[in-house]
Design a protein around this ligand. Structure first.
Ligand code: IPE
Ligand code: IPE
Ligand code: MG
Length: 258
C-alpha cells in the first residue's frame, strides 16, 4: 500500500557524489559502524506524506547499507531503530514503527540468511509487543549460525537504561559473591552492557543534520569517530556511506597518544 509513496518520491536531491567502493582502503575498513538513522519524518513532510511513509522508505535504505557493509567487510553494523524516548511519539506512529521489524524481516530475512548475516537486537525487549518479538526472534534464530556481518538493531534502546541495568546486575553479582568489587573495571563493565561481546564502534554516522547522540551508546562511543551528514535517512545512499568511510580513513585516531 505504502509503495505508492515511493512513486511520488522526487529524484535524488543530493548531488551525485564521486564516492564509490573503489575509494575505500579495504585494509582499514571500520570493524563496527553504528548509525543513527534520522530524518524519516522530515523526508515525508517535505513530500506532503505521513511520517510513516518516511519510515517505510528508510527500510529500503537499511537493506542497501547492509549489503554495502557486507561487501566491504564490515564486521558489525549497529542501527538505531527505536529509542527508549521514541514512545513519546503519537501512538499510530509507534504502532507503525513496531510493525517495521516484521515488514523488514518478512521481505529481507531470506536474503540475510543467504548473505550470511547474523541478526541481533539490543534494547529493552520486555516492552516490545509480542508480534515485534516474534519477528525478531525468528530472525535471530534463523541467522544464528551465520558468521558474516552482525546486523545489530538497537530497538527500544537507551544508553542510560542500559548502563543502569548493567550496574544493577553488577551489584547483584557482587552481593551473591559471583563478583568481587576489585574485579570491576572497564572491561568487566562492558560485559554487562547489551553490546557485551561486540567491540566498540569505530565510526558513528548520523543523518539528517542533527548533531547529537540522543542517548545512543554513550559508553561504547568513547573513542569512535563521528561523521554527520545533512542527508535524510531515506535519501542516504551507498555513495554517502562510502564517503563516511573514506573520511574516517583520513583521520588519525590517537586514543590519547601522540
Ligand atoms: C528516524 O527518523 C527514525 C526514528 C527515530 C524511529 P525520525 O522519525 O526521527 O525523523 P525526523 O527526525 O522526525 O525527521
Ligand atoms: C534518535 O532519533 C533515535 C533513532 C534514530 C531511532 P530521534 O529523532 O528520536 O532523536 P531526537 O529526538 O531528535 O534527539
Ligand atoms: Mg528524528
Amino acid at each position: 500500500m505504502l509503495d505508492k509513496f515511493s512513486l511520488r518520491k522526487n529524484k535524488k536531491e543530493v548531488g551525485a557524489s564521486t564516492y564509490s567502493k573503489e575509494h575505500i582502503d579495504l585494509s582499514s575498513v571500520p570493524s563496527h559502524i553504528a548509525i543513527i538513522m534520522d530524518g524519516n519524518g522530515r523526508w515525508a513532510k517535505k513530500r506532503g506524506l505521513p511520517r510513516i511513509a518516511g519510515h517505510h522508505e528508510g527500510m529500503k535504505v537499511v537493506r542497501k547499507i547492509v549489503k554495502a557493509s557486507n561487501e566491504i567487510g564490515v564486521k558489525v553494523l549497529t542501527l538505531y531503530a527505536f529509542s527508549t524516548e521514541n514512545w513519546k511519539r503519537p501512538q499510530s506512529e509507534v504502532d507503525y514503527l513496531m510493525k517495521l521489524p516484521e515488514e523488514f524481516l518478512g521481505s529481507f530475512l531470506p536474503e540475510l540468511v543467504t548473505e550470511n548475516v547474523q541478526v541481533r537486537v539490543m534494547g529493552n525487549k520486555e516492552q516490545l509487543p509480542a508480534h515485534t518479538m516474534r519477528a525478531i526472534n525468528k530472525a535471530m534464530i534463523d541467522t544464528k549460525e551465520n558468521d558474516g556481518l552482525i546486523l545489530n538493531f538497537a530497538l527500544n534502546y537507551g544508553s542510560r537504561f542500559e548502563i543502569i541495568e548493567g550496574i544493577k546486575q553488577i551489584i547483584k553479582d557482587t552481593n551473591n559473591g559471583k563478583l568481587n568489587i576489585n574485579d570491576i573495571n572497564e572491561e568487566l563493565f562492558s560485559e554487562y552492557l547489551m553490546s557485551a561481546d561486540l567491540a566498540d564502534p569505530d565510526l558513528l554516522i548520523r543523518t539528517s543534520g542533527e548533531v547529537r547522540l540522543s542517548n545512543f551508546m554513550l559508553w561504547q562511543l568513547a573513542y569512535a569517530e563521528f561523521w554527520f551528514t545533512e542527508v535524510l535517512w531515506p535519501d542516504f545512499e551507498e555513495n554517502n556511506f562510502y564517503q563516511a568511510i573514506v573520511e574516517y580513513q583520513r583521520r588519525g585516531r590517537r586514543f590519547g597518544g601522540i
